[in-house]
Design a protein around this ligand. Sequence first.
Ligand SMILES: [Zn+2]
Length: 128
Amino acid sequence: MYGKTRNGGKKVHRGIDLYRPHGLPVWCFMDGEVIRAGEQIGSSGIREDAGYGLRIYVKHKDNVQTVYGHLGRCFATVGEEVRGRHVLGLSGDTGNATGEIDHVHFEVRVNGRPVNPILFARKVLTNG
Ligand SMILES: [Zn+2]
């Protein structure tokens, strides 16, 4: 659930977990530029996305950013211009997704702040 705390309340869930069996396409929310792709860098990396495993960040217009986590395959590369309905990767269970229902972690940030992504979720799971 968006905004819910986990792990004893230490970490706020900044996105939503979209039910998605492994190995299915994950579509880009809308046109944008890939700014991070692949495995997060260990302890020296950016802490905010620790646990996301293979993940993709896309920068869109109007300071909107989307995040797709726990992917099984990552097709997009940093610097790539992607369109809405572009397949960014395949769903999976990398990072700390183990033990939960198969899902894609999805976040929307506006001006760097997480917003509730539920209204945008359909575009990630369907090619339309
Ligand atoms: Zn999540």
